[in-house]
Design a protein around this ligand. Structure first.
Ligand SMILES: [Zn+2]
Length: 101
C-alpha cells in the first residue's frame, strides 16, 4: 500500500518542494517540474484529458510560494509565472516522485 501521507513538507527553498512521506521516503520536486504537470482545468482539457499548457514554456528557475494544504489530501501553491489553480493531491505527488526515483 502506497504511503501518501506526508510527514514533513519543506517549502523554504523557492525553487523546490520537498516531501518526506510517512514511510520516510523523501522526494524533491522542482517548482518547474510541478508546474509542467499541473493537473488543473486551465492546463489540461477536461473533455479530452489532453494537456493544453505547453511544458516547454516553463522556466527552469520557476519558484513556488504561498504553499498550503488543501484539506488533508493535497497541496496548492502560487507559481512565479502567476499560476495558482493547480491542486496537487498527495497521491499524484507520491506517484510522480516514485516514477523518477
Ligand atoms: Zn494549471
Amino acid at each position: 500500500m502506497l504511503n501518501t501521507q506526508p510527514k514533513v513538507i519543506e517549502r523554504s527553498v523557492p525553487g523546490q518542494v520537498t516531501i518526506q512521506w510517512g514511510d520516510d521516503v523523501k522526494h524533491v520536486f522542482l517548482a518547474a517540474e510541478l508546474r509542467k504537470v499541473c493537473p488543473c482545468a486551465a492546463c489540461v482539457s477536461e473533455t479530452t484529458g489532453q494537456r493544453t499548457h505547453d511544458p516547454a514554456t516553463v522556466s527552469v528557475t520557476l519558484e513556488q510560494s504561498n504553499l498550503k494544504l488543501v484539506g488533508n489530501y493535497a497541496l496548492d501553491m502560487l507559481f512565479s509565472d502567476g499560476h495558482s489553480t493547480g491542486i496537487f493531491t498527495f497521491q499524484f505527488l507520491r506517484r510522480l516522485g516514485d516514477a523518477k526515483s
